[in-house]
Structures are given as structure tokens and as C-alpha cells.
Write a protein that binds this ligand. Structure first.
Ligand code: DMJ
Length: 592
């Protein structure tokens, strides 16, 4: 004989080998290791139990029966309420915004200035709750006049591209001619998730159909490994994540398998060029070197491909690159902009910059750490060291008004050059993102100050548009910054509005929205043409020459960030749940 206790301690059934006896009025069904015996026991217990219940019920008074009915009704109501609450609960953690604080603008300390809060973490970083996205997001379309205006801009750009360059990489919106770079329908693929986020079903469906029917990776043609990864692979993965349509994942896997050729170098550091059709890769014709930012800005995408396909091969290859670069000597976390895929070493004394060829190395250190649930410590360490290196060696103030800017160290001599690419304006957003995730206060102070400087690079010109490169005076009593004619072009790049969006989501400060609106007016006034929006030759001129090219990142990034920036709901794309790749394609954050 043995006694078996079920979860409820007050109900107990005793068994011996041949029969079972209920020890309570409402005895439960028991079981033994023998299936047949179990059925017999069940039947006999049920028979006894039913008779008992009926007898007991008949003995109850009317009042007692009413009480039983009432109790059952209450219990049923409670159960229904509980179940309803459970179903309507989101299956993700509710964002904890307690770390998103508004802080007044303060000056960040540079070298020779007293250092504020250098190592104070706002929160123990490792204890932050990681938010996991499990359901596809729902986008409800524009909710105000500014967002509506941006949607109209997107529709205008899409229409011009569709009419004159459908299936080609870009439209030349002045001449109405198509342009091909990789022959991958770049504008369709890159822009598709923007259409989805804006709720543009027609545009989304026609783009999706083209991808399904026409997008192939079998052409015998060289493409840039990094550009195709961030624009095409990144976009396919985001669309798969948004829609759960396997077509996108199958295309992403096909592309990923072909791009893997890039890692076939002796060191595992990717070659810059891949022939997708032949599945071969090589260094560019003009150099033995790859670009540091390019080889370190594919990890989010390859990791997500592995997570989505459950095949670790992509993540392993890309993560090994980050690990190798982690081992290399650096200048206080700062990296030269070229690396040799043969030897796996940096080109000694190459330029150090947070602009072209350096920028997204720093961006992906932080974002990879976030993507993997803050579990890979060396990424955070390298990012923190690099930001200290930026503060020590690259951050300076202009004269006479002491605007904070990020300069460069020249190739060879490592002389400081007071010039800042527009590309560097990604940095305020990345710094703010780090601060929102527990990094020191001075990161946020630097973000806010740099954001102002980036704004001034726009406001300084009659077009209210920024040039490709801005030069700063460090000893002057008149002008803090100036634009050389050779650097005065604008490709309608996204970095400034990207950072505005990060700062808006993180601080809630609507000034960032207003700055975005001013810049948007510049695009509308000077870049809008009948077949889309064109790059400009000179932002210093009130009648700037138009360059006849609409970059895919204008739709993928610039318009997407403007649309998100103008939303009253700051969390349309919640930074606790998504990490945004370098081409503005949101990817889910994982637990590790
Ligand atoms: C985009 O393709 C990406 O943002 C890339 O990382 C940098 N350059 C352009 C936009 O300026």
C-alpha cells in the first residue's frame, strides 16, 4: 500500500494493489504504473463519488444550495477575469523607462577640463532587464501632419523610382534614368520596411512581389560585402521579422550563403568584394586592404541570420572577426581605418576617424552588446575604452564659441585634423543609446552637445542642409566652422536625423523634433524634384546644383527616421526591444 498526494493537500486517495478507496467525499482519480489497473480504479472511484455527491446534494437546504450556487458563480467570474487578463497581457516585458531621464544640457569635460562622473554607471549594466520581442510589431500609420508629410515624401520618391527605374538599384531623378551598382533592386529592398512602418500597404505589396519574383543572387557580378549585408541582408531579415513571411528568410539565407565567401581569407577578416554568382571573394582592385568599419559592420545581420535559421555558421564567422579585432593593439580603443585580410592586422598609422571607414566599428560594438542581451563583456569594454579614447584624442572645442566636435588623427603622423564628416553625426545617437543602457552620464552630455554641433552644420547654410564635411576653427575670433567647396555636397544622408530620433526617444525632448522638421523643409525645398529627391552639389548656395541621384538610404534611413521622430509615440520602434542596424533596419534583441 502507498499514499499518493495530489497538488491539493486536503484531498488524498489511498490505493492497494487491487482496488482504491476514496478517503474524501470528493475523491479524485488516481493512477498507478499499470495503465489497465488505473482505468479500473478510475471507474470504481467515479461511481462511488457520483452517488455520494447526489446524496449529499439532496440533503442540503435551499439556503445551502443557494450558497453553493453563489460560490460557483463567483469562482467562475474570477476565473473568467483572470483568463481575460492573461490573454490581453503582452508577452514581452513592459519597457522600464526609469532609466530614461531628462537632463539639462551641460558641457562635457574634455582633456585639461575637470572630468565629470567618468565611471559612474547609472545602473548596474549587467542587471538591466532584456526585453525580448516575440510578436511581430503592429504599425498604425501616420498620426499627425508632420508624419503625413513624410509619408507623402516617401510616396513621391517611390513613385519616381517605380516609373523610371523599377528593378534597378537607383533612380536618377533629374534625368529619369535608372542606375545600377549591384543590380539588386537596391531601392526596393532597402526601402521596403520603411513602407511597412508607414503603413503603405500598396507600396509594400508591390515591393514584396518584386523581391519574391525577381530578386536573385546568381549574377556573375562583384558586390561590396558590407553594403549588401547592411542594405539587402539587413532589410530581408527585418521584413521577415515584421511579417513572418518565410519568403524573406529564404532569400536572406540564399544571400547569406553567398556572402559567406567573404570570410575565406587567410585571417578570416572579410574581403571587401564578393561575387555572389560565383561565391568567390577578393580584395578591391586598388588595395590589399579591407575597410575596418566594413568588416565590423556585418555582425548584427549575420547573427540575426543564424538566430532566424538556427544555423550558427553565419554568426560564428562574423563574431570571429570582432573577436580578432578585439585582440589587436589599438590607440586607446581607437582603430586605424584599414585592415589586411591576409595578415589580419591593421594598416599601421592609417587615419583614425569616426567618419568614413571608421564610424560603424564603434556603433556595432555597442549594438552587438545590446543585441546579445548584454552578455558579451569584451564588446562593452572595447566600446567604453573607445569612447574614452574619443574624448581624449578626438573631441575638441571650436573657437570662439566652444562648440564640441569630433576631429580625426591623420594618416602617418597622427596629427589632429579639425574636420568632421556628416557621417560622424551618428555618434550622438549611439552615445545616448549607451547611456540609456547604463553607461556613464558624460556619454549623454557628449551626445547632447554633439547633437547641437551637428544641428549647427545644417543651420549654418542658406539651404538649411549640411555638407559632407565640416571644418572647425580652433583659434579664431570670428567663425567656428566653415565648408570647403569640395566638401559642400549633400547626399541627403541620415546620420543627423538618426541621432535626433535616438535623443527624442530617450529624452522626450521635442526640440529634437523641431530640428528635424527644419531639416525636412530643406529637403523639400532644395532636393525635391519631379521624380524623387536628388543629392545636391553645394549646400552653401541658395540655388544648389542638383546631382541627379537618389540614394537608397534616403528612403531606408532618412525618411524612416524622420517619420519615427515625428511620432507622438516615442516607442514605435522600442529601443529596449530592437537594435537598429547601420542602414536603419530594426532587428530583435536576444537574451544572449
Ligand atoms: C548608409 O549606407 C549607412 O548608414 C552606412 O553605415 C553609412 N553610410 C550610409 C548613409 O550615410
Amino acid at each position: 500500500m502507498f499514499t499518493m498526494k495530489e497538488p491539493s493537500p486536503d484531498i488524498q486517495i489511498e490505493f492497494n494493489e487491487s482496488h482504491a478507496v476514496s478517503s474524501t467525499t470528493f475523491g479524485r482519480v488516481g493512477w498507478t504504473s499499470n495503465k489497465d489497473t488505473s482505468i479500473l480504479i478510475t471507474d470504481s472511484v467515479q461511481a462511488i463519488t457520483h452517488q455520494n455527491i447526489i446524496r449529499k446534494w439532496n440533503r442540503l437546504s435551499r439556503l445551502q444550495r443557494s450558497l453553493v450556487y453563489a460560490s460557483l458563480a463567483i469562482a467562475a467570474t474570477v476565473l473568467v477575469l483572470y483568463y481575460t487578463a492573461k490573454v490581453s497581457e503582452p508577452d514581452v516585458d513592459i519597457p522600464n523607462a526609469s532609466h530614461l531621464v531628462e537632463e539639462p544640457l551641460k558641457n562635457i569635460s574634455l582633456v585639461n577640463e575637470p572630468v565629470l562622473n567618468t565611471m559612474i554607471l547609472k545602473k548596474p549594466v549587467q542587471n538591466e532587464v532584456v526585453k525580448i520581442e516575440r510578436r511581430p510589431p503592429v504599425f498604425t500609420g501616420p498620426s499627425n501632419a508632420r508624419q503625413l508629410a513624410v509619408v507623402q515624401s516617401f510616396k513621391h520618391a517611390w513613385k519616381g523610382y517605380k516609373e523610371h527605374a523599377w528593378g534597378h538599384d537607383n533612380v536618377k531623378p533629374l534625368s529619369g534614368m535608372p542606375f545600377d551598382w549591384f543590380s539588386l533592386g537596391l531601392t526596393i529592398v532597402d526601402a521596403l520596411d520603411t513602407a511597412y512602418i508607414m503603413g503603405l500597404n500598396e507600396e509594400f505589396e508591390e515591393g514584396k512581389q518584386w523581391i519574391k519574383d525577381e530578386l536573385v543572387f546568381t549574377k556573375n557580378k562583384d558586390v561590396n560585402f558590407f553594403e549588401v549585408t547592411i542594405r539587402v541582408l539587413g532589410a530581408l531579415l527585418t521584413n521577415y521579422h515584421f511579417t513572418r513571411d518565410d519568403m524573406f528568410l529564404n532569400k536572406a539565407k540564399d544571400l547569406g550563403d553567398r556572402l559567406m565567401a567573404a570570410f575565406s581569407s587567410p585571417s578570416g577578416i572579410p574581403y571587401s568584394d564578393v561575387n555572389l554568382g560565383m561565391k568567390t571573394a577578393h580584395a578591391p582592385e586598388w588595395s590589399h586592404y579591407s575597410t575596418t568599419a566594413e568588416v565590423t559592420t556585418v555582425q548584427l545581420e549575420f547573427r540575426e541570420l543564424s538566430r532566424a535559421t538556427k544555423d550558427p555558421v553565419y554568426e560564428d564567422a562574423a563574431a570571429a572577426v570582432s573577436e580578432k579585432i578585439h585582440q589587436l593593439p589599438k590607440k586607446h580603443g581607437l582603430v586605424p581605418i584599414f585592415i589586411n585580410p591576409g595578415t589580419g592586422h591593421f594598416l599601421p598609422h592609417a587615419t583614425i576617424t569616426l567618419g568614413a571607414r571608421g564610424d560603424s566599428y564603434y556603433e556595432y560594438l555597442l549594438k552587438q552588446w545590446l543585441q546579445t542581451g548584454k552578455t558579451i563583456n569584451y564588446l562593452l569594454d572595447d566600446y567604453m575604452t573607445a569612447m574614452e579614447g574619443v574624448r581624449e584624442f578626438l573631441a575638441r572645442r571650436s573657437s570662439p564659441n566652444k562648440h564640441l566636435f569630433i576631429g580625426e588623427l591623420s594618416a602617418g603622423s597622427e596629427t589632429f585634423i579639425p574636420k568632421m564628416d556628416h557621417l560622424t553625426c551618428f555618434l550622438p545617437g549611439t552615445l545616448a543609446l549607451g547611456h540609456a543602457n547604463g553607461l556613464p552620464d558624460w556619454h549623454m552630455m557628449m551626445a547632447e552637445e554633439l547633437m547641437q554641433t551637428c544641428y549647427l552644420t545644417y543651420a549654418a547654410h542658406p539651404t538649411f542642409l549640411a555638407p559632407e564635411i565640416t571644418h572647425f576653427n580652433m583659434v579664431s575670433s570670428t567663425e567656428d566652422m566653415y565648408t570647403k567647396t569640395a566638401d559642400a555636397h549633400s547626399l541627403l544622408r541620415p546620420e543627423f536625423v538618426e541621432s535626433l530620433w535616438y535623443l527624442y526617444q530617450i529624452t522626450g525632448n521635442t526640440t529634437y523634433q523641431d530640428w528635424g522638421w527644419q531639416i525636412y523643409q530643406g529637403f523639400e525645398k532644395y532636393a525635391k524634384v519631379s521624380n524623387g529627391y536628388t543629392s545636391l552639389a553645394n549646400v552653401k548656395s541658395e540655388k544648389p546644383l542638383q546631382r541627379d541621384m537618389m540614394e537608397s538610404f534616403f528612403l531606408s534611413e532618412t525618411l524612416k527616421y524622420l517619420y519615427l521622430l515625428f511620432s507622438e509615440d516615442r516607442y514605435v520602434i522600442d529601443l529596449n526591444r530592437y537594435v537598429i542596424n547601420s542602414e536603419a533596419h530594426p532587428l530583435p534583441i536576444h537574451e544572449n
